[in-house]
Design a protein around this ligand. Sequence first.
Ligand code: ZN
Length: 562
Amino acid sequence: MSEMKPDSVETEERLLEKEQDVPVEDNDKAYEDSDKAYEDGDKAYEDDDKAYEERKAARQERRRRQKRKRRNRRIVGGILVTAVAAIGVGVGFYGDEIQTFFKEQQVKISQLTASNKKEEKKETAENTKKAEEAGKEETKETEQTSAKVEETPAPEDNQETMTKEEKKIYKRAKLYSQQYNYNKAIKILKESSYYETNSRFQHAVEVYQKKKDSCVSWPIDQVTHVFYHTLIADTSKAFDGDYKAADYDQVMTTIDEFNKITQSMYDKGYVMVNIYDLAKVDENGNMSAGEILLPPGKVPFVLSQDDVCYYHYMDGDGFATKLVVDEDGKIRNEYVNDDGSVSVGDYDMVPLIDRFVEEHPDFSYRGAKGIVALTGYNGILGYRTDISYETRPDDLDQNKVDWLNSHPDFNLDTEREEAKKVAQAMKEEGWVFASHTWGHLNVSQISLERLQADTQKFKENVDPLIGGTDIIIFAFGADLTGVEDYSGDKFEYLKNQGYNYYCNVDSSKYYVQLRDRYFRMGRRNLDGYRMYYNPDLLTDLFDASAVFDPARPVPVPPMGQN
Ligand SMILES: [Zn+2]
């Protein structure tokens, strides 16, 4: 049954207690400010070929023109007001005839005023249209420029055509710059043998240098960390009323919800960063602060996903069944349909994020993706890689026995080879792996001996497949200590086993602890429970009311009752 309980279920109350210990800072204002800065800065960054100054000058000129027009209108308006006043004064002195005359004049004047207003409206509309066109032009310019890069020589040097090789280098540099790695973008352009003769390369270097200069170092203790469990691909199966439905309703997130959250975070300027960028570790295990350099308005965050093992208990409940690498080298999921046929697609977080970053490279800081936390008892990534599937001890879990009975061709080496291949491909895509303990254990409740035995199982069964890890994401959202610094046997043991990065679950916006020997980070659960009971804790990321999946049974069950 312990397998059934995903993270944070049993610890919710404890976490709520802890939340009171950890001050939740009011940073909404800071976020609003940075949102505004993002909007202001956005235009400047989307185009990387036209120099920032040129566009700024064009914008200023447009503004000056509008200002001049407004001033001219004010002058015309002033003359009209004077005329109306003069006519008004005259009314008292003359008879009906004259009043009629004045009435006619006033009608004319009001018509004139109306037409002037109309004119003004037309002008405003025109200005809006012009502004829109200018915006479009900027986009078009970008498109044209990149199209130009593809097909035609730059206008100022028509002697020169971008060769296939040049285009390749230019594209690589552009991707580096989109992902905020301006140094690398500049380096590969400057180091190429084409740099001296290709004015497009030279121009790009200037632009990247300006962007680099605009970046600011983000305080690493103000980086938020969000996490998910396996995403629900088919809500009718997950919420079918069986004994697991309540758990899924609390701690899982649907694919629809996930996609909306991701889009919202992207729109707000969030950028995925690697936990290894926040803190560095030297060969002696000593930690020091890392550095995140982002343009104004961009906000770093860390992403993780727990239990990416596709446990037996989830079979038939509307979840993906494993991660695979497709023929193009992309990470995908397998999903088993009702009739037993297998679909390959993007049915969980890893491929969904990969696809999103393909579309929006600037959602990833220097190619970073998230942390994938693994247990070992059912294998990893949907592969049955644990030694117990081969040794079949007498006390083997019933669901493993059942699975083995229905898979007579099971071969441990094959499973491990497959898992290793997928893990390698994921690492190349920017994903990193963490231990979630081999047996999904609550570190605050188990003995040191149990922790030691469990860690060794992880090191034997999982580490060889993922190339080892020094990150541990505790199961059940548990932790070694409260907010006070780590100490004691369990920490000394884990540190000695090479773990440097530690994560718990915490609903604070930021919970970051950098000490000489470890880096600790709290993570926020973006799941049914949080969205239903604490939507106010999520407003910096997304609007829960717009995200919450109508397919969820409500009320989401309170913790501790199922
Ligand atoms: Zn877990």
